[in-house]
Design a protein around this ligand. Structure first.
Ligand code: TXA
Ligand code: MG
Length: 503
């Protein structure tokens, strides 16, 4: 038999259906919204297997038969929708039993490979727990991590190289475009780097938002960024680097304080504004004597920069003044045709732009709230002035992240004290911070059901876009708590709420 068949191994709870703990009866099944469509896409090219840990069986919380009935019900439903699951694999044990079949052991993957002559190096595993994506590692199966289910709460355990997706629908779309898994993704990065070297534009993922990049030392290439984004020429770009050594290419007079910040927060979502070196083209810095530099935490972004053999100047990959893209699909929607290569690296882990901090003058000044909060910076270097303080020095800096209207959806957005007054308006979209018992007539998006500010940041632009695409007359949102990332989120919401003035 040939070994050319490929598979997608899929976790059940939190990935295909809502994870509500131990399910004992089919009536408890709640299918996740994109599950069927995702399976349909995957089914076209791959055999499908469900691989599920059900330790409740060993614990006596559920019987084997009950689990079988639930799986049978799901199997029927999938079949009615044209999707055939090749096998349903269940590990009934608790971890303490030391069995071979519990994830992240690749036991079932190997079983399936033997029985169906699978090429595991061309196969995938999708799940919402770090164990799911680790399961295939030793046998060459590419793991995709979902933020659904328990995905967000375990995100910190996941290494930065892992690709993450908001939903199984997004993961399925990625697999569809990358049938050779890792190899395809790496060649996409190489293509992106080749484009940068040639003076073309590459849209790429970072941990904050997607960027639209060009060789920072190629003024003509950088000019094209302004052109396709319709970005005013007085709005400078951030230059992205892969190694601290590249700072020397771009900036002079780097203070000890700046070095301290780099050591602590790089790679990561902190942009430092430093005195520019004469070799940086004026168009990158919009004529300013300073240059904004950041080293992204996403290792694939740094790989792209290394392969490009030059720092990359890049704004967020959205049309000027519009919401920032946190998935490749967002970039396609807004900028399709404007870039030469788009690297699809899944969803952004932080979801919020970098914090911009000026460190070239006497006092550090916060120019934009973002992924690293002000208090964390102050813990390290002491008091930091902020653009909100209205100091003439700061005004002169004209950091466009400070502009009143920015990051805006097309639908008018209002920040209100109590969203419940709109509960009976089907034409009003509600953006909630955390889960509410209230029933709303209009569509509702929740930033973080459990009320976690980091999760809210990851979901902010996706949720805004979803509501924005529904042709509503209004989107209303409640202000978030003013702590940690809440400050940056409220800042973006305030800017999204101001009337959009084109420059
Ligand atoms: O997370 C991010 O920062 C993303 C990703 C792609 O890295 N980039 C991003 O770029 O948000 P952009 O262009 O949308 O925002 C850059 C911000 C603007 O507020 C800009 O005014 C400020 O950085 N900036 C850039 N150069 C500056 C400079 N020399 N002085 C003051 N502010 C500067
Ligand atoms: Mg799960």
């Amino acid at each position: 038999m040939d070994n050319n068949r490929t598979a997608v191994f899929i976790d059940r709870d939190g990935t295909l259906i809502e994870d509500i703990g131990v399910l004992t009866h089919p009536v408890q099944i709640r299918l996740l919204p994109e599950a069927i469509d995702a399976l349909r896409i995957l089914h076209k090219k791959h055999l499908l297997f469900i691989v599920s840990n059900q330790p409740g069986i060993s614990r006596g919380d559920v019987t084997k038969e009950q689990v079988a009935l639930i799986n049978h019900t799901l199997d029927d439903l999938f079949r009615k929708n044209g999707v055939h699951i090749t096998e349903w694999y269940i590990c009934p044990h608790e971890r303490s039993e030391g069995c071979h079949c519990i994830k992240p052991n690749p036991y079932f993957l190997i079983e399936a490979a033997k029985k169906y002559s699978l090429n595991l190096q061309r196969s995938f595993m999708i799940g919402d727990h770090p164990h799911d994506v680790l399961t295939g590692d030793t046998v060459g199966v590419f793991g995709l991590y979902l933020l659904s289910g328990h995905g967000f709460s375990h995100l910190d355990e996941l290494s930065e190289e892992r690709l993450i997706f908001h939903t199984i629908g997004q993961a399925a779309a990625w697999i569809d475009l990358h049938p050779h898994s890792q190899d395809d993704f790496l060649s996409e990065i190489k293509l992106g780097a080749a484009a940068i070297r040639k003076g073309d534009l590459t849209a790429f993922p970072t941990e904050t938002v997607y960027g639209l990049g060009a060789d920072a030392f190629n003024a003509a290439a950088v000019a094209r960024i302004y052109e396709v984004k319709r970005r005013p020429l007085h709005n400078p770009l951030i230059v992205h680097i892969a190694d601290v050594e590249q700072v020397e290419l771009l900036a002079t007079q780097v203070s000890d304080q700046a070095r301290t910040l780099m050591e602590k927060f790089w790679p990561g979502p902190l942009t430092l504004v430093l005195t520019k070196s004469s070799s940086v083209p004026e168009i990158v810095t919009a004529g300013n004597p300073t240059v904004a530099i950041r080293m992204p935490a996403n290792p694939w972004t740094r790989q792209l920069i290394r392969l490009s053999e030059t720092p990359i100047a890049a704004p967020s990959a959205n049309a000027f003044g519009r919401t920032s893209p946190t998935t490749a699909a967002h970039v396609r929607e807004q900028l399709s045709g404007s870039y030469d290569v788009l690297i699809d690296g899944g969803a952004c882990r932080v979801g919020m732009e970098s914090t911009v901090l000026s460190v070239y003058g006497k006092n550090p000044i916060l120019l934009r709230h973002g992924g690293i909060c002000k208090t964390d910076i102050e813990t390290l270097i002491g008091h930091v002035l902020s653009f909100e303080q209205n100091i003439s020095d700061i005004k002169k800096l004209e950091s466009p992240g400070m502009m009143a209207s920015h990051y805006a959806p097309d639908t008018p957005l209002h920040i209100v004290d109590d969203v419940r007054q709109f509960a009976k308006r089907p034409d009003v979209g509600i953006l909630l911070f955390e889960r509410k018992a209230e029933i709303f007539s209009g569509p509702v998006e929740t930033l973080s059901p459990a009320g976690n500010l980091r999760e809210a940041a990851v979901n902010l632009y996706s949720c805004l876009r979803k509501l924005d695409g529904m042709k509503l007359s209004l989107i209303v949102v409640e202000r978030l708590p003013e702590t940690g990332l809440g400050v940056a989120i409220n800042d973006r919401l305030t800017k999204a709420a101001a009337p959009f003035v084109s420059e």
